[in-house]
Design a protein around this ligand. Structure first.
Ligand code: AMP
Length: 114
């Protein structure tokens, strides 16, 4: 799998609307938001899909959830609620093959999704 647009964002070659960064993770606003708040939390390591996670990624994967919840609180979403989604490969609707957690909120989400 070649370089993705998210690797270029991590490398600083493409700009993003950053909301969080540390040595392992980056979070930025989705360019085509599907909700009033739509943020992507990504590992800096270019892991293509959730199916490519290995045992050594256990802490990293957990941290993605914790950071998502922290951002949700900071964005004022915690009380009303929000949705976290990971799409995996074609049937999951994944378009960018660099693992990312969608954080969406600020409106009532329908269930089940289409
Ligand atoms: P997925 O379908 O789960 O792979 O989601 C990919 C997401 O990345 C989509 O919601 C896109 O709108 C978003 N996206 C693509 N390019 C960019 C970009 N340059 N900056 C921010 N978000 C992007």
């Amino acid at each position: 799998m070649g370089q993705t647009i998210f690797s270029k964002i991590v490398a600083g070659e493409i700009p993003c609307d950053k909301v969080f960064e540390d040595e392992e993770l980056l979070a930025f606003r989705d360019i085509k938001p599907q909700a009033p708040v739509h943020i992507l939390i990504i590992p800096k390591e270019p892991i293509p899909t959730v199916d490519d996670l290995e045992d050594r990624h256990q802490a990293l994967a957990g941290k993605m959830m914790l950071v998502a919840a922290r951002i949700a609180r900071e964005e004022g979403l915690a009380e009303g609620g929000y949705r976290l989604i990971v799409n995996c490969r074609a049937d999951g609707g994944q378009e960018v093959y660099h693992l990312h957690l969608h954080l969406m909120g600020g409106r009532k989400m329908s269930w089940p999704p289409g």
